[in-house]
Write a new protein. Structure first.
Length: 163
């Protein structure tokens, strides 16, 4: 009986498969949004202000950071929880694949969230005259909580590896 329960529990890891496939659809949507922004900015590029262009570029950077985060979570999560990816050509296999455990994934996600939040905060600062001080302060506090959380998770991970 215990053997059957263990097999069922082990097989249930495949319930995560649709989650990782859905993340790839999210990545497709991000890619479409990335190119949509480029298509809409090209006609106005010569009349756009420098700060307007910087805001567009920051938005593109944000999308690429989120996309990188999605790829990292999809690949490493699939390999950690479902099955090792059988990529025949080692030249095409990404160097970090198969090397990230759950704690390193959490730390990478946390640092990516801090980077994404930093870019968002920079965008807010560039438009500071249009945004209320309360919103800016709230965003800074939220960003600092992300930073502290990332440091806390990295510290806990470091302490757990010492034991």
């Amino acid at each position: 009986m215990i053997n059957i329960i263990e097999k069922i529990i082990y097989a249930s890891r495949w319930l995560m498969f649709p989650v990782y496939v859905s993340l790839s659809f999210g990545f497709i949507l991000l890619t479409l949004k990335f190119f949509q922004q480029i298509v809409f900015v090209v006609p106005d590029i010569l009349t756009m202000s420098e700060s307007g262009l910087v805001l567009v570029v920051l938005s593109l950077i944000n999308i690429s950071l989120v996309g990188g985060l999605l790829v990292m979570v999809m690949f490493s999560g699939y390999e950690n929880f479902i099955s090792r990816m059988d990529i025949q050509d080692d030249g095409k296999r990404l160097g970090w694949m198969g090397t990230m455990d759950v704690n390193s994934i959490k730390n990478k996600v946390a640092s990516s969230i801090v980077a994404i939040s930093s870019v968002h905060l920079l965008r807010l600062f560039m438009e500071a005259e249009k945004i209320s001080d309360n919103k800016i302060i709230l965003c800074v506090v939220i960003h600092l909580s992300f930073v502290l959380s990332a440091f806390g998770m990295a510290y806990i991970d470091k302490m757990s590896k010492k034991k």
